[in-house]
Design a protein around this ligand. Structure first.
Ligand code: GLY
Length: 356
């Protein structure tokens, strides 16, 4: 699989990953290398990554707690302090080995520590392989608001070694599939058609689908790295999805919703809104709803929570001048951003999700 080149970074796959890493490390001559892991990747992935580094380097491990609730500025503080205490200087390298929390948080720590040190992402979850680790978005949550603090700055390289997926619980695998389905919906009907029938999936096929997903994402972020226009496409399903995710994150009495599970709901609701406001056909809506519900069984969102979820929409990062903007579909593979949607239609989309 050929490396995928973006503006300031490069994504290597499988057998190329560690060759690229080793030659980079040899050339760059960092003063020290830090590997950021969480409790899960420390146990399941670190030995593989360390074993792949050929030469002797000064390497320190920094561990954070696993889970979205730890994607906070307090966790960053812990990592900044650890870097400082362990003698990291501006010639140090941070390798983020983990899922989206580790790559987002670690990227942010690297971009801000001493005004910026180099970092590399080694995503270990499907979600991080196809989305979080590519495109330079780094950051943390602010209370229950997702990714409110951060910067866009690309890593030196991203190493997608799909062997790590064997360490992943099945619900985390499913969570990543949501972003891959989204890539088809926003940009590429042929890719959507492959993704919507996953019943025949083999490991080789999955590797190719991951590769193609990164190609789609890279095409978008290459053209619009700072989200002035088409990068907004990537937020399809995320306006309502993030609000639902934030709501569930702060209500421990509700079931835990992974990012992809919330985005799956958001995509169904926003596809419904697309049929009402744009030209997405009823047949496409049915196709989208059926395919997503096949992988993401429906959850019950109580109607007395709708208003609290809708209140969270005012914090969406696409909002401008008090307006809440959605990304919607003209058709599968053709997307429109900056769409204004009435509260009434948003409420109808909750109802659609429930009867679908
Ligand atoms: N995850 C959306 C983006 O990278 O823009």
């Amino acid at each position: 699989m050929k490396p995928i080149v973006s503006k300031d970074s490069i994504v290597y796959f499988n057998s190329d990953c560690y060759t690229a890493l080793n030659s980079y490390l040899e050339k760059a001559q960092h003063s020290k290398i830090f590997i950021l892991v969480d409790t899960n990747t420390h146990e399941h992935c670190l030995a593989t990554a360390m074993g792949a580094i050929e030469k002797e380097y000064a390497i320190e491990i920094i561990e954070i707690e696993a889970g979205e609730i730890h994607k906070t500025i307090e966790t960053c503080s812990g990592v900044w302090n650890a870097l400082s205490e362990l003698g990291a200087d501006r010639k140090s390298l941070l390798i983020n080995l983990g899922g989206g929390v580790v790559t987002d948080l670690g990227g942010f720590v690297a971009c801000t520590y001493k005004r910026g040190i180099s970092y590399i992402n080694i995503p270990t979850s499907l979600l991080a392989m196809v989305d979080a680790s590519v495109g330079g978005k780094t950051g943390v949550d602010l209370g229950n608001l997702k990714n409110m603090v951060g910067v866009i700055s690309e890593s030196e390289m991203v190493l997608v070694d799909t062997a790590y997926l064997a360490t992943l619980p099945s619900e985390q695998m499913r969570s990543g599939l949501a972003e891959m389905l989204k890539h088809g919906l926003i940009m590429d009907r042929a890719y959507w058609n492959q993704m919507r029938d996953l019943s025949q999936l083999t490991t080789d096929h999955l590797d190719q689908l991951i590769y193609d997903s990164v190609v789609i994402k890279n095409k978008i972020v290459f053209e619009d790295p700072t989200e002035q226009n088409i990068r907004k496409y990537l937020n399809f399903g995320h306006t309502l999805g993030h609000a639902i995710e934030s709501f569930y994150l702060t209500h421990p009495d509700k079931p835990t919703l992974l990012h992809g599970e919330a985005i799956a709901i958001g995509m169904i609701m926003e596809a419904y809104i697309s049929t009402e406001l744009l030209s997405l056909s009823k047949a496409d809506l049915t196709e989208i709803t059926t395919a997503i519900l096949h992988t993401f069984p429906k959850i019950t969102i109580d109607s007395d929570t709708y208003s609290a979820i809708m209140e969270l929409l005012i914090h969406d990062k696409k909002n401008e001048k008090g307006n809440i903007y959605f990304v919607l579909l003209n058709t599968i593979g053709d997307t429109k951003y900056n769409c204004l949607v009435s509260d009434e239609l948003i409420l109808k989309s909750f109802a659609y999700y429930h009867i679908a």
